[in-house]
Ligand binder design. Structure first.
Ligand SMILES: [Cu+2]
Length: 343
C-alpha cells in the first residue's frame, strides 16, 4: 500500500511540477536546455526549406542580368549560362542528450540532408533558354558531439556554455547530369552547395542565457560559433548564429514563441578544380554573407507513447534580411517540426 502511495505521489509530482511546454526553446534552436542528473532525451527534427530567385549582393537580380556576368572558370562560355530557379532542402536531425551530472549535459546530433535544385540552361552563343534540368543529392551530412556546461543558475536567469565538435561526413564528390550550354548532357561533380559535406571538422562554441520574467514570459538569447579546425581541399565558411526569442506560456502544455535569428557565414575557403560549370554555385565567393529571419512557433506537451509526456513543436521561419555574398538564391519559408522525449 505504501509503495502504491509513493508511486502515485511520484507520478503526480512529475505531471504537476515536471516539464512545461515553455521549458524548451523554440524548436529551431539547438542546445538550448540542460537536463537533470541521470536524464536522457531523444529528439527528432524534420525541416524543409525552399529558395527561389536570385540576388546579387542582397539585391534581386533577373535572369537576363545574370546572363551577362563573367564566367570565371572558362572562356567558353564567357558568361554564366546556367541559372538556378528553385532549390529545396529537407533535413532530418536525430539527437540524443544525457546528463551525467546536474551541471553537464552531453549532446549528440546527426543530420541527414536531401537537396534538390532546378536550373535553366542558356545556349553558349545564342543565349536562348534551351531547357531545364534537376540536380539532387542526399546523404548523412554531419555528426556532432557537444557538452553543455552550467555556468550560473539563479532564480530568474541561467547561463550555460556549449563546447563541441561537428564532423562533416557527407559526400563531397557527388555527381549529377547537367544540361550544358552546348546543348549536351554531361555528368559532372555537383557545385559546392549541392554537396552533402565538405570533409571538415568544426569547433562549436556557444553561450545561452534564459531569463524568466514570470511564469508566463521567458526570454532566451544564444550565440553559437562554428570554427573550422580541419579541412581538405575546400570547406564551407565559418559561421555564427545569434538567436533571440520570447516565449509565452498559454498553459503548462502549450507555449507560443517568436524568434529572431541572425546568421553570418564566411565564403568558401579553397576550391575543387572539378567544380567549374558556368553557374553561380560553382564560384566559392558566392557563399556566405549575412541573413536574418523571424520564426513563429509553438511547443506542445501531450501523451502519445508511454512514459513522460511527448513534446511536439513547430516553427515557421521567414527571411527578413538578405545580405548574402555575391550571386546567390533567395531564401523562402522554412518549416521545422520536432519531437522530443525524456526518460
Ligand atoms: Cu534535451
Amino acid at each position: 500500500m505504501r509503495s502504491i502511495q509513493i508511486i502515485f505521489l511520484l507520478v503526480f509530482s512529475i505531471s504537476v511540477f515536471g516539464s512545461q511546454a515553455i521549458g524548451h526553446a523554440p524548436i529551431g534552436v539547438m542546445a538550448d536546455h540542460m537536463h537533470k542528473k541521470g536524464e536522457y532525451m531523444i529528439s527528432l527534427r524534420v525541416s524543409h526549406m525552399k529558395m527561389r530567385g536570385n540576388s546579387l549582393d542582397g539585391n534581386s537580380i533577373s535572369d537576363s542580368e545574370i546572363l551577362v556576368i563573367e564566367n570565371p572558370h572558362s572562356n567558353s562560355p564567357s558568361k554564366l549560362s546556367v541559372i538556378p530557379i528553385e532549390m529545396s532542402m529537407k533535413m532530418l536531425m536525430l539527437g540524443g542528450m544525457y546528463a551525467p551530472t546536474d551541471d553537464v549535459t552531453l549532446m549528440f546530433m546527426t543530420m541527414f540532408m536531401d537537396k534538390s535544385m532546378n536550373l535553366n540552361t542558356y545556349h553558349a552563343m545564342m543565349r536562348n533558354n534551351i531547357g531545364s534540368f534537376n540536380s539532387s543529392s542526399s546523404d548523412l551530412s554531419d555528426l556532432s558531439f557537444s557538452a553543455l556546461v552550467n555556468i550560473n543558475e539563479q532564480d530568474k536567469s541561467r547561463w550555460h556554455a556549449e563546447i563541441g565538435l561537428k564532423f562533416s561526413v557527407g559526400d563531397k564528390n557527388e555527381k549529377g547530369k547537367a544540361l550544358t550550354p552546348m546543348n549536351t548532357n554531361m555528368e559532372m561533380v555537383l557545385p559546392y552547395g549541392m554537396q552533402s559535406g565538405d570533409d571538415s571538422v568544426a569547433l562549436v562554441v556557444g553561450f545561452t542565457n534564459l531569463y524568466t520574467l514570470s511564469d508566463e514570459h521567458t526570454f532566451g538569447n544564444q550565440i553559437r560559433f562554428f570554427r573550422n579546425i580541419s579541412s581538405k581541399e575546400w570547406h564551407y565558411g565559418d559561421k555564427t548564429y545569434f538567436d533571440s526569442w520570447y516565449q509565452y506560456s498559454v498553459n503548462r502544455n502549450f507555449s507560443l514563441s517568436s524568434r529572431l535569428r541572425l546568421n553570418h557565414q564566411q565564403e568558401i575557403s579553397g576550391f575543387d578544380s572539378n567544380i567549374k560549370a558556368p553557374v553561380q554555385t560553382s564560384i566559392t565567393s558566392n557563399y556566405g554573407g549575412f541573413t536574418a529571419e523571424v520564426g513563429l512557433g509553438f511547443n506542445f506537451l501531450t501523451q502519445i507513447f508511454p512514459g513522460s509526456e511527448d513534446r511536439l513543436a513547430l516553427e515557421i521561419i521567414n527571411p527578413v534580411i538578405n545580405e548574402k555574398n555575391g550571386l546567390q538564391m533567395k531564401d523562402k519559408t522554412k518549416i521545422v517540426f520536432g519531437f522530443q522525449k525524456s526518460f
